[in-house]
Design a protein around this ligand. Structure first.
Ligand code: NAP
Length: 290
């Protein structure tokens, strides 16, 4: 075997994303030893049994001491506490990255934990996932032909950027860079807003008196539209709190559009209704054809 891209990799949080990254890097022969770290030894031992990780460590600082690369794959609400535990042992030669779905909050947490934004920190976000959680749901192909957005900071070093980029490319992903603010605004609109709509719709229907009947007669369209409401509530709680500024902007814009449609339906404004549906169909067809 040729020299791996990363000798000692530590993944903190070996769930869907952390586990899939480990599997993909192993399949690509891009990694030497993978240490899986976290708070729950039992879950980590399952990951080890599945062959996803080589070593189990619940002392996060010990897990990072000899690492060349540390990947934080925990929910956003856990990032600050994890960064505080590992900060004392992260030297200049250890590269840190994360997979969090919002980026400004991770950088703020790192600055608090390290007393500065570490130059070896390259925040990242794979635009890939499913509504499932945990290492059992992980698979090596998750990132193939998917995008990974890196949001390097002003102090991020080129070698760190290059290695994180190479790591994701080894998983079959296409890597691109964005500013933190742009990332958080774009993802609020394309990912976080649809999750809020799915959760709100299912909850609203479930709380109605005739909810049993509604769900009995729900068909494929309802299933398609609401699949993401089966996503982990804790993870999405953390995402909407972490990205609340951009998400509230996206929600307010959407609520205004929904009010316009409500008004058009009330007034039987056929032109408005048809134009809205036509524009939406064209936009979605173009998205699906891409
Ligand atoms: P997941 O399957 O639930 O995995 C989360 C992992 O973090 C688990 O291994 C969990 O282990 C561990 N963990 C949870 N709380 C922790 C804590 N306080 N301290 C240490 N470890 C903790 O979730 P995921 O889908 O992989 O998401 C992980 C990250 O990826 C999140 O930041 C999310 O925003 C981001 N992301 C998710 C998706 C997606 O579609 N799922 C896509 C892109 C990015 P234990 O429960 O065993 O402790």
């Amino acid at each position: 075997m040729s020299k791996p891209l990363i000798h000692n990799l530590t993944i903190i949080g070996v769930g869907l994303i952390g586990g899939s990254l480990a599997r993909a890097l192993r399949q690509a022969e891009a990694v030497g030893t993978i240490t899986g770290a976290g708070r729950n030894r039992e879950h980590l031992e399952i990951a080890q049994k599945l062959g996803v990780i080589d070593r189990v460590e619940t002392d996060l600082a010990a897990a990072c001491r000899d690492a060349d690369m540390v990947v934080l794959a925990v929910p956003l609400g856990a990032m600050q506490a994890v960064l505080e535990q590992i900060a004392p042992v992260i030297g200049d030669n250890t590269i840190i990255t994360d997979v969090g779905s919002a980026k400004a909050s991770v950088i703020t947490s790192a600055e608090k934990a390290f007393g500065r934004i570490p130059p070896n920190l390259i925040p990242g976000h794979p635009i890939a996932g499913t509504e499932k959680s945990g290492v059992e749901a992980s698979f090596a192909e998750l990132f193939e032909q998917r995008r990974v957005i890196l949001t390097p900071t002003e102090t991020s070093t080129d070698p760190a950027k290059q290695l994180v980029s190479n790591m994701w490319q080894a998983c079959g992903a296409q890597v691109l860079e964005m500013s933190v603010a742009h990332h958080d605004a774009v993802l609020a609109a394309t990912s976080h807003l649809p999750h809020m709509l799915a959760y709100a719709l299912v909850d609203s229907l479930a709380r109605q008196d005739d909810s049993q009947e509604i769900f009995d007669y729900a068909a494929g369209g309802f299933r398609d539209f609401t699949r993401i409401a089966s996503s982990d509530p804790q993870m999405w709680h953390d995402i909407c709190i972490a990205n609340r500024e951009s998400l509230v902007t996206a929600l307010e814009r959407f609520i205004a559009d929904l009010q316009d449609i409500t008004r058009a339906i009330q007034q039987a404004d056929s032109d408005f209704i048809k134009q809205t549906f036509q524009r939406a169909k064209q936009a979605r067809d173009a998205f699906c054809d891409k």
